[in-house]
Design a protein around this ligand. Structure first.
Ligand code: TRH
Length: 363
């Protein structure tokens, strides 16, 4: 087996919509640079969009170094000497000139979307020889037979320390809310308002603010607003840095998360969470949702399991009734230790960056 020298990595990120693409690419690039001391260049097609996740970014520059990662515009890739590894993300397609310049020296890997479905293990680490050079497929996942989950060194342990320091019983349930605008937001807020327990709901600024304004009969809501009705108090936060968002997740009792990256952050926060998958055609997202629930809650043995499935299914399909929400809350004393335990179990698996580095060394 030949051992490739793989110190220089080029990561390619095309921002399709939302923050998942750049959220994952930025997190992973920093980890490869800071924890593995690799030389990482991150090519981004839309710096103006990326600034949301990388606030230090200067959109005027073709090249800049932030936290040990060199960030370049997409156009820069046209004239550049390819690195040892070209990491395409989410099948974004490498720039044609870059691809032509790769010749035999660059290993080409595509980082796929995360899914808990069982087929992932079979497809992980396969290669296609239809292209020159060959294209390798790296599938993240929840079992050792897959490419693993993005997890920075000590993040889970550090989160647990933060959680311990923050623990104060106030009798108020803390919920964070990050979801797609088509989620049944008003049903959820209504269920929280009508529930028999006071709720503090924290909403980082996102595309659901119009739905929140609607619920409170307002034209608009702004960052910093505090809105109350019955048992619900809603706090509109700014869009947080990735690190501050992690802290929010750790400090809440329940986290609503979505897509790809916030989903995994919720797991490392170790707190009960409700995940909304990215909407896909033919209900593919519901298949993904159920595969995840079956995997994550496999050892959840009580009758309350239905409450978790019902809450997820309602959140991803139509409405979330007061009854469904109340049942989810009733199950919380069981869900809480279960989630922490499951998260710590997942945190013992080899993480995605490690697996990627090992994969490249072995190719
Ligand atoms: O934004 P998303 O919906 O991203 C999606 C998914 O990745 C989906 O699979 C993909 O097809 C689509 O993009 C193109 O959700 P996600 O993945 O959770 O990404 C959000 C990122 O934003 C994540 O890195 C966390 C970060 N974030 C903050 O930094 N601050 C915040 O306040 C919030 C709410 C999120």
């Amino acid at each position: 087996m030949s051992h490739h020298k793989a110190n220089r990595w080029d990561v390619f990120c095309r921002i399709v919509d939302n923050f998942g693409d750049i959220g994952v690419c930025w997190r992973l690039s920093q980890q490869l640079a800071c924890e593995y001391h690799l030389q990482v260049r991150l090519f981004i097609d839309d710096l103006a969009a990326a600034i949301k996740i990388i606030p230090a970014l200067n959109c005027e520059l073709n090249s800049q170094i932030i936290n040990h990662v060199e960030i370049l515009t997409w156009q820069s890739a046209i004239t550049i000497q390819p690195a040892d590894v070209a990491l395409e993300t989410f099948s974004c397609e490498l720039p044609a000139d870059y691809l032509a310049a790769m010749q035999g020296n660059t290993v080409w890997v595509n980082l796929e979307y995360l899914s808990a479905e069982s087929w992932v293990a079979d497809f992980h680490a396969r290669s296609s020889n239809n292209t020159k050079p060959a294209r390798h497929f790296f599938f993240p996942g929840f079992t050792e037979a897959t490419g693993g989950l993005i997890r920075e060194a000590d993040i889970f342990q550090n989160n647990q320390l933060t959680a311990k320091n923050k623990e104060v019983e106030t009798g108020v349930l803390k919920v964070s809310l990050f979801c797609y605008p088509h989620a049944p937001v008003s049903y959820l807020l209504n269920a929280m308002a009508e529930s028999n327990q006071p709720v503090d709901c924290y909403v980082p600024n996102s595309s659901i603010l119009p739905a929140i304004a609607d619920f409170f009969n307002l034209n608009t809501v702004e960052t910093g607003s505090k809105l109350s009705t019955k048992n619900l108090t809603l706090h509109v936060l700014p869009f947080l840095s990735q690190a501050d968002y992690d802290k929010l997740l750790v400090s809440c009792d329940i986290n609503f998360v979505r897509g790809e990256d916030s989903w995994i952050r919720a797991i490392w926060a170790g707190k009960p969470f409700i995940w909304q998958p990215y909407l896909q055609t033919e209900n593919t997202h519901i298949t993904k949702l159920n595969a995840f629930l079956d995997l994550f809650y496999a050892e959840y043995k009580t009758d309350a399991k239905a409450a978790i499935y019902n809450a997820h299914s309602a959140w991803s399909t139509d409405d979330i009734t007061t009854e469904i929400w109340q049942s989810y809350l009733q199950a919380l004393p069981v869900t809480k230790p279960y989630t922490l335990n499951k998260a710590s179990e997942l945190a013992t698996q080899t993480d995605l960056a490690s697996k990627l580095v090992i994969f490249l060394q072995k190719l």
